[in-house]
Design a protein around this ligand. Structure first.
Ligand code: SAM
Length: 309
């Protein structure tokens, strides 16, 4: 059972999503999308990364679990469960579930959604009931002591011959450190130069440049992230998992380096091609891994998978 501090964290996370994260700020766009790069230049790459998730699911089945579903905020998300009889959206935010119902519908409206207020670390489902499962950007909202419980719960409710996909960010990504650190240096140098030579650019122009160069990620709610070594040691020793790439670059990277006038679309095509070629390398050292959990036939012995490039 969660202790008081853990319950407090969850309450804060729930309040955040109920009051801020899932507030609509534009047509079909939630405040949460501020964490995403929605510019046309990045659209194709982001779409293809979303579609990667689907490769790991059976095309059809009975029940599909979307743990921490949010409002099913991107159109690609609707595709994942198209071949399933029902998609069970489980979330601690009631606002998320209400919005999800609008998007996917329920039996009364001819849709295939079912909606359950539930904690991913303590799922109210029988063992083995799901044919497809995912938890996207959700487990990182749990206190670190509960990550293992969340993975175990997903594993428990998976049916035989089934895969689950978990996407989270790493706490640090070697690739992003290499690319994003110079941005800080450029910013500091520019500030020093401005102090020394006096301000030559207008306030507005400076603000725009800062936005492009090193805009910090917007502040959100509680998250706890770790690295690949931690995941393999703490979770992979008990549950068979494979670390692949979901998306190797952060939004900060995209906003700083990817622009139409710099051939951004082509850079992203090359990046996507490289990620497909070396999914384990980019999964480990990029920003966002796609963690595949596989369950064999019920009764098979569990053998943890350890993938080293
Ligand atoms: C960053 S959003 C991601 C939503 C969606 N999976 C996506 O990728 O767009 C995180 C979601 O997880 C939910 N969440 C956070 N902690 C949770 C928990 N312990 N159990 C279930 N859902 C949780 C939040 O309410 C929120 O809707």
């Amino acid at each position: 059972m969660a202790n008081l501090a853990e319950a407090d964290v969850k309450q804060k996370v729930r309040n955040f999503y109920d009051q801020i994260g899932w507030r609509e700020v534009g047509e079909g766009v939630y405040q949460n999308a501020r964490y995403e790069d929605l510019r046309p230049v990045s659209r194709e790459y982001i779409h293809r990364c979303h579609m990667r998730v689907m490769q790991h699911f059976k095309p059809e089945g009975q029940y599909f679990l979307d743990a921490g579903s949010g409002p099913i905020q991107y159109p690609e998300y609707l595709e994942y469960s198209r071949g399933y009889r029902a998609r069970v959206c489980a979330d601690i935010s009631i606002v998320a579930l209400r919005e999800a119902r609008q998007r996917i519908g329920d039996r009364q409206t001819g849709g295939h959604g079912l909606f359950v207020v539930a904690d991913v670390a303590n799922l109210p489902f029988r063992p083995g009931v799901f044919d497809g499962l995912m938890a996207l950007h959700t487990i990182h909202h749990l206190p670190i002591e509960e990550h293992r419980a969340a993975y175990s719960e997903l594993y428990r409710v998976m049916g035989g011959n089934t895969s689950a996909v978990v996407v989270n960010g790493w706490d640090t990504s070697l690739l992003m450190v290499l690319f994003v650190s110079p941005l800080r240096w450029i910013r500091r140098t520019r500030k020093r130069a401005q102090r020394y030579f006096g301000k030559s650019t207008s306030r507005k122009a400076q603000d725009d440049e800062e936005e492009i160069i090193a805009r910090p990620e917007p502040k959100g709610t509680f998250v706890s992230k770790r690295n690949a070594v931690w995941l393999q040691r703490e979770i992979g020793s008990e549950i068979p998992l494979e670390i692949r790439v979901w998306r190797s670059v952060s939004v900060r990277f995209l906003r700083a380096y990817i622009h139409p006038w710099l051939g951004g679309r082509w850079i992203l095509r090359l990046l996507y091609w490289s990620e497909e070629r070396f999914p384990h390398f980019f999964g480990k050292y990029g920003q966002y891994p796609l963690i595949v959990i596989r369950k064999g036939r019920i009764g098979d012995r569990v053998k943890p998978v350890n993938v080293d490039d």
